[in-house]
Ligand binder design. Structure first.
Ligand code: FES
Length: 515
């Protein structure tokens, strides 16, 4: 028998009774994540946490899907007795250093993309990394004699990887998140009273559901499970996020997905048993009992405010480092970054910054602005000065800030700039930035392209989506538009122009540039 138990957030236990192998995934129990903003829902009492710790300490393996603090909790892992930690061989120096610090307690097993690990008789595990490789998240496939489980947590799902899995395995349980309220985008781009709030959130919700739906159609699992969340946001300024009707209630989304096949949303301590590739028994608990638990709000930031001199010094090092990385990728960002600091987080929606810095990575230049002029193009991040200082000194990256909702982002034009975002995400880490450089150079040089048919004529397009590298080989064509299966960017097949997504991108010109 194979038992899957849900232990809150992305933490699951997968136990093979025949062999005694138990893999616990992504335990997060040591308090708020993402710049202290995210609180697990429900929050455990100290007593409950002790019980969970003892329960998890019986496992043989821990799987860490990625570095984000709601999945990787070194403080908690330090409390466990020796385990084998399975983790992707990510090019991420910050993550590797933290893992190295655990190596005196646990065995760290770095796994290559798609490598098959034989954990015991008839128990194998395989990790698939989000592509391109420097984007650090992964999914776990476990095959046992009693069933096959695909734990996709909150990883971006690459359809070609899913198709490969479907060709080789009959997935019994498929696990994926519906946590669109904690998606980073667009929450940090929206003010609490923004008239577009509902429609923009709805778009992300639909995209999350589409991804889930497509995965169900591809894998055809016996049962799909929505898990990995929910969370609440710890700053009173983000209370509107906690009050959103779907913040801690995914029932409607689950009901919509049930048209594709059986889907459940198990509360903590639910369990599912599989035998001979089928779901034999399930005990799915509901969330009712947890809803009465209060939401905890974080303490205000306590660190002293950095001086303007410290900020400027850090900014100069920041721009030198990132401009150097950008130069090696052979690209330009064409968009200045405006960092606007405030003394207190309550001010992030006021648009009244205490100071602003303009950072131009193309010209390797930084300057203080009395008043940000905000002439397009720009990306502005308005956040408490302490947090911006962490960003400038590479203690935090733009992902932390986006996910935390402890800042507000504005951009003009309102399009995603993948080069700037990749630079801010990966440029500060020695391994990730090298992987980013290698990937950009390789893509520019060989720029693999594929041929599709448009009105009976062959047309060359890049093999990988210019957004986040999804394979476009089987992208659907709807009303003359090519639609990327991952985040639904749309490209007009008459002109190549992106019409939903980054509208400055043209698929046909990308191929011409590569040629
Ligand atoms: S990878 Fe995001 S839209 Fe294609």
């Amino acid at each position: 028998m194979l038992t899957i138990e849900f232990l809150g957030q992305a933490c699951t236990s997968l136990r093979c009774h025949r062999t005694g192998i138990e893999i616990v995934s992504d335990p997060w129990f040591s308090g708020p994540a993402h710049l202290n903003s995210w609180h697990a829902f429900p929050e455990w009492t100290t007593e409950e946490m002790e019980q969970l710790r003892d329960r998890i300490d019986g496992a043989t393996h821990i799987y860490l899907s990625h570095e984000h603090a709601d999945h990787f909790d070194p403080q908690f892992l330090r409390t466990l007795n020796r385990k084998t930690i399975l983790v992707g061989d990510f090019q991420n120096e910050r993550f590797r250093k933290e893992l190295q610090n655990l190596a005196s307690i646990h065995e760290i097993r770095y796994c290559r993309h798609g490598e098959i690990l034989q954990l015991g008789d008839f128990v194998s595990a395989q990790l698939f990394m989000q592509q391109p490789a420097f984007r650090t998240d992964s999914i776990l496939l476990v095959q046992t004699a009693d069933g096959c489980v695909l734990n996709a947590n909150d990883c971006g799902l690459n359809t070609s990887v899913l198709r490969r899995i479907a060709r080789n395995h009959q997935v019994t349980l498929f696990l994926f998140t519906l946590n669109y309220m904690a998606n980073g985008y667009p929450i940090s781009y929206l003010f609490s009273g923004d008239p577009d709030f509902d429609s923009r959130m709805q778009a992300v919700r639909d995209q999350t559901l589409d991804t889930f739906r497509l995965a169900i159609q591809t894998l055809n699992p016996a049962l799909s499970v929505a898990f990995a969340g929910p969370v609440t946001f710890g700053d009173p300024i983000n209370e509107h996020l906690n009050r959103h009707p779907e913040a801690c209630n995914w029932s409607d989304m689950v009901a919509e997905l049930q048209r594709e096949g059986p889907v459940v949303w198990p509360a903590p301590f639910s369990a599912i048993e599989c035998m001979e590739g089928k779901v034999a028994r399930s005990n799915i608990l509901d969330w009712e009992g947890f809803r009465a638990r209060p939401i905890h709000y974080s303490e205000p930031l306590a660190e002293p405010l950095p001086s303007l001199e410290q900020i400027l010094q850090a900014a100069e090092h920041f721009v030198d480092r990132l401009s150097g990385v950008l130069h090696k990728t052979g690209q330009r960002v064409d968009t200045p970054l405006i960092l606007s600091g405030v003394a207190s987080i309550d001010q992030i929606e006021s648009n009244a910054a205490d100071w602003s810095l303009e950072i131009d990575f193309d010209r390797q230049h930084v300057r203080f602005l009395q008043q940000p002029s905000l002439l397009p193009p720009y990306l502005q991040i308005l956040a408490p000065a302490q947090i911006l200082y962490e960003l400038l000194t590479f203690q935090a990256n733009v992902d932390d800030l986006l996910l935390s909702a402890r800042g507000r982002f504005r951009r003009n034009p309102d399009t995603f700039n993948p080069i700037l975002h990749d630079l801010l995400r990966y440029g500060g880490d020695n391994l990730s930035s090298q992987a980013l450089i290698n990937w950009s150079v390789r893509r520019a040089k060989c720029g693999e392209s594929i041929t599709i048919e448009v009105d009976g004529e062959p047309r060359c397009i890049p093999k990988l989506c210019p957004h986040e590298g999804e394979s476009l080989e089987t992208a659907g064509i709807v009303n003359g538009h090519l639609v990327c299966p991952r985040h639904r960017w749309k490209f007009d097949l008459n002109t190549g122009q992106c019409v939903a997504g980054d509208r400055t991108v043209n698929l046909f010109s990308l191929v011409e540039q590569q040629g």
